[in-house]
Design a protein around this ligand. Structure first.
Ligand SMILES: *Cc1c(COP(=O)(O)O)cnc(C)c1O
Length: 493
């Protein structure tokens, strides 16, 4: 299996090379030449552990990894760092199945991929005889940053620099990042928003002069963002696993279809479910849920992607994104794997901030349903599910739950649905508690944590206990124009 850029057909690389590079040299994203089918039948997978499902899925994509290498990566990632041996449990509530993807070290779904990425990356470096130190450069809307820091902290041969929007993340998200330990970790706030951070990082990746300067000093960049195919492939696993879970509990039989509902920002998580369908998983609809930054909802309704609009700060900050990078992989696919066509649209996005797809491409999106939740909708559904089911979801998951409710009203489609539950409510305690009762707003962050514990009966995660008293170790803030300067300063080049 080789990988090629979404922007030209001439650069074929192996899986390990694609993981190492992060982004293709023409600014495109790496995609597999074709989506491989699962070679084990779903019937034969029903009783597999998470790690076994991970191997069955990932070996089809990472074909230049040996069985020993890949199993080592999987078993090192999905171990007791997760607070449950099933890794990603399903909880039934509100007429749907919540797939809890937040049982890892940093209590957001980013852990599902970022626990394994450091192993994939260091294995890839070895396979390709790379001797440079790998500098992970990451832009975060809040959750990727901490998950990547936790994954790469003190990993030999790597260092990690994370840029986050100084006033665009939750208090707990910020505290988690700025208290990160590890001699190879750097956390930098920027004065812009997430899109500014992501654009700054992409510019550094595309800067050939910077790359050669780095190389001469023994460094090279890679990415922990979901533009890296090494992030995407591990995310396919839990869709297959959740399907098997529904079979096991008797909700569906092998072959039955499910719907998936995904609270979406950069479009990585939902794209992974689309790849899962490509592998043969019976999925009916992909329900793409946005918050008030509803650029994707508008795209699915009109075929026009237009980022020229106000950037709204919401209670689901990890979805406050106007440029959904991974959508490029879908655009490429629905353009019939036509790199030239995709390049034309991405150029337009770059130059004018928008593009429009053709009618033929629109037809290829029939399996997608877009919806969005206002801030009020988000708060209401948190309160409703708490009152009816005694189950407390976070604000991002709430966006998905609201859109799913809308979808069912709209379509009467009662196909069993898996809702990707992307963060622990403890990560967004203030917004979650305010949704349940607005009088909580006067309390302190950690008082609210204890109150959430009382209401939910869910143990306070270690990730939260850890930051109650942890000292701030990172306090640098720069203008977004100065991101590159800051990187050079950190690396002393
Ligand atoms: C990153 C994130 C999302 C959005 O996922 P994408 O893959 O960027 O679409 C949703 N919810 C939470 C909690 C996240 O951290």
């Amino acid at each position: 299996m080789n990988y090629k850029s979404t922007r030209n057909d001439n650069e074929l690389v192996s899986a390990s090379e694609a993981i190492l590079r992060g982004l293709a040299s023409d600014g495109g994203l790496y995609v597999p030449e074709s989506i491989p089918k699962l070679s084990t039948s779903l019937d034969d997978m029903v009783n597999m552990s998470y790690q076994e499902v991970a191997y069955a899925v990932m070996k089809e994509f990472l074909t230049d990894f040996t069985e020993t290498e890949l199993k080592h990566c999987i078993n090192s990632a999905y171990d007791s760092k997760f607070d449950t041996p099933v890794i990603a449990p399903l909880k039934a509530a509100d007429g749907a199945h919540f797939l809890e993807l937040f049982h890892g070290k940093t209590i957001a779904f980013k852990d599902m991929a970022l626990s394994i990425l450091p192993y994939l990356l260091t294995t890839s470096a070895k396979k390709n005889n790379v001797t440079n130190e790998i500098v992970i450069l990451t832009a975060t809307s809040g959750d990727t940053g901490k998950a990547a820091l936790a994954g790469f902290a003190d990993v030999p041969g790597t260092s990690i620099i994370v840029f986050y929007p100084k006033s665009g993340v939750s208090p707990i998200q910020e505290k988690q990042m700025v208290t990160q330990r590890g001699d190879n970790t750097y956390v930098v706030g920027i004065t812009g928003n997430f899109d500014d951070a992501q654009t700054g990082v992409k510019n550094m990746f595309n800067d050939k002069e910077l790359a050669s300067e780095m190389n001469s000093k023994g460094y090279q960049f890679s990415s922990a963002n979901s533009i890296n195919i090494g992030r995407l492939v591990p995310q396919i696993v839990y869709y297959v696993y959740s399907y098997l879970g529904l079979v096991k509990e008797g909700t569906i039989k092998v072959g039955d279809k499910i719907n998936v509902v995904v609270p979406t920002g950069n479009f990585g998580n939902i794209l992974a479910s689309y790849y899962a369908k490509g592998m043969g998983l019976p999925i009916n609809k992909f329900i793409c849920a946005s918050n008030e930054n509803k650029v994707l909802y508008d795209f699915f309704s009109t075929g026009i992607y237009d980022k020229n609009r106000e950037f709204v700060l919401t209670s689901s900050p990890s979805m406050d994104i106007l440029i959904s990078s991974n959508l490029e992989r879908l655009i490429y696919k629905i353009a019939g794997a036509d790199a030239a066509k995709n390049l034309e649209l991405m150029k337009s996005l770059n130059e004018t901030g928008k593009y429009e797809i053709t009618d033929a491409m629109k037809k290829e999106l029939a399996d997608f349903y877009g919806g969005y939740a206002s801030e009020e909708d988000t708060a209401k559904i948190i309160a409703k599910i708490y009152e009816n089911d005694n189950y407390i979801i976070d604000t991002h998951t709430a966006v998905a739950a609201h859109v799913y409710e809308q979808y069912v009203k709209d379509t009467n489609d009662t196909t069993p649905a898996v809702i990707a539950s992307t963060a622990s409510p403890y990560k967004f305690t203030r917004s979650v508690m305010n949704a349940i009762d607005s009088s909580y707003d006067s309390k302190g962050d950690f008082e609210l944590v204890d109150e959430l514990n009382r209401l939910s009966n869910v143990k306070v995660p270690e990730a939260i206990e850890d930051i109650r008293t942890a000292p701030v170790l990172h306090d640098v803030v720069v203008e977004s124009e100065d991101m590159c300067k800051q990187v050079k300063k950190i690396l002393d080049i």
